[in-house]
Design a protein. Structure first.
Length: 99
């Protein structure tokens, strides 16, 4: 039987995760998937966790984008500058390239 390195998962907490915490955990999950010889079942669990974290981070970024656009609106309703374009900020990045 192969000696498989067991990687600790982030402990569940009652407090909501911050964007920064989610990004750190996502980076750790990706690193674990790339460097460890994990059984298929564990790889699938890591992939699912990474997908949830990525979705959470994208939602937080979208919320921030909306807040920024609201703050930048002039009193007449027009924007002071072009709205933030998340697609160009993550040019070429998608779910699969991050996981």
């Amino acid at each position: 039987m192969k000696n498989v390195k067991k990687v600790a998962e982030s402990p569940p907490t009652d407090a909501p995760m911050t964007f920064h915490q989610a990004m750190q955990r996502l980076e750790a999950v990706v690193s674990e998937m790339e460097s460890a010889e994990l059984p298929l079942e564990e790889l699938l669990r890591k992939y699912e966790e990474g997908t949830r974290l990525l979705r959470f981070c994208n939602e937080k970024l979208n919320e921030a984008q909306k807040k920024i656009e609201i703050l930048r609106k002039k009193t007449d309703g027009s924007l002071q500058a072009e709205p933030f374009d998340a697609a160009s900020a993550t040019k070429g990045a998608d779910d699969e390239t991050l996981l």
